[in-house]
Each structure stands twice: as C-alpha cells, then as structure tokens.
Design a protein around this ligand. Sequence first.
Ligand code: F6R
Length: 242
Amino acid sequence: MRIIIADGYEEMSNKAAAIVRSQVVLKPDCVLGMATGDTPRGMYKELIKMYENKEVDFSEVSVFNLDEYCTLSRENEHSYYYYMNHNFFRYINVKKGNTFIPNGTAEDIEEECRNYELQIKNRGGIDLQVLGIGANGHIGFNEPDINFEAETHLVELDETTIEYNSRFFSSKDEVPTTAISMGIKTIMQSRMLLLLANGESKADAIYKAVKGKICPEVPASIIQLHPNATIIIEKNAAKLLR
Ligand code: F6R
C-alpha cells in the first residue's frame, strides 16, 4: 500500500487527477471506477481542466460508479446519476453508453445488481477504482458489518451515514435508507485502488483502515490486502498516522 500525505485538499485532488490521467494515457480504453460525495469533487474539476487542455481523452474510457441510492430517480438532484453528470460527464468526452451507475429505481433490485456485475465483467473488469471513505470506515456503501459483502448488493444505510449525508438534502427524512453498492470483492478485483480522504473527521477511519485489524467492522481495512493500492491522505485526515 502506497501512502501519500498531501498538504491540502487541492494537492490531494491534483495528485489523484494525475493518477487517473496516467491510467487513461497508458490505456485509453480503460475502465475507471468512480465515487461521488465531497471528497472527489476537486479531482473531477482537475480532470475537466486536463481534458480542456487536451491532456487527457475520455472517448474510449468506460466508467462504473460505486453506488446509487434506492428510490431516487435519475433526474433527482441528489441521485449519484445526477451528481456524475453534473460534476463530471457533461464536461468531458466520455460516451454516454460507456457510463454505468446502478439503477436505484429498478423494479428488481437483485437483478439490477447481477446485471451490474455482468456489465463490469463484460468490459474486462475495473482498471482503477477511486474510493472515498466514510467516517465509519465504509467504502462504497459497504457499511460496517459482521461480514464482508462480496458483489454488488442492496444495502441498508447506517444511521451515521444517513445523518452525515443529510447535509445534501433539505432534511434527514429525505435521505434514502437503502442503496445499491458494489461489494468488497468487486472493489478488490479492481487492478488498482485509489483511496482519497480529507478532513479531520476521516482521521479515525483512516487510522483504522491503514493500521488496524482487517475486519468487516471497518470495511476500508480490506484494502491492506490489495496488491496495488494507493491512498492519498490530506494532512488533517492523516493526523493519527504520525
Ligand atoms: C460515494 C461513496 C461513499 C463516499 C463516502 C465519503 O460514492 O461510495 O463511500 O465516498 O461516504 O463521502 P464524502 O466524500 O462525501 O465524505
């Protein structure tokens, strides 16, 4: 596991974008795994700048997102479908048919999960998966549990996640309580992982993920077992590591 400590959010974001760009330059038709939330916003902004400066071309790239809320339509501004289109896809030349986000309103969620796995396999698996981390140690929406869930599955969101994510909604009651998430096995099968973390609120989760016991109660701890994982930690999130 490579650990890079960044001096600030901008440095974390720029380094992450540089790694994504390298992946696309090395393999123009690569498969990227992407995350939503506050953490990767700066990375997306930087990647858009790189695209505008013709430093990266997404025309052959495929993108799979980690997760999506159940019950929110794709037009809902809180959906991750909306987030990806508004923060990233509409500014770059990725083909719409090459972007994949689980459909949280599918009639048959189990079938949707199976199809999602199949689509990832059909594209040859994920080359580079970008991850954020929850203050409770979740990755994707794999919440602390007594088991690791393997593949894409339906999750019940943790009370702490609902509370934390309520900042994007007008009230906590509006936050969906379930979601579809890539599972730990799917994430671990990515050829490279890039975990980003910033802010003091992530310091405890980062400490446990990097130095703690590998256990499903801290889902992110599994990345200690990944053969090609890089973690870029902004200094406040890294404060317990020193
Ligand atoms: C989002 C995701 C989540 C977030 C995590 C951190 O697609 O999979 O695991 O990465 O909840 O969220 P932020 O970045 O908002 O602190």
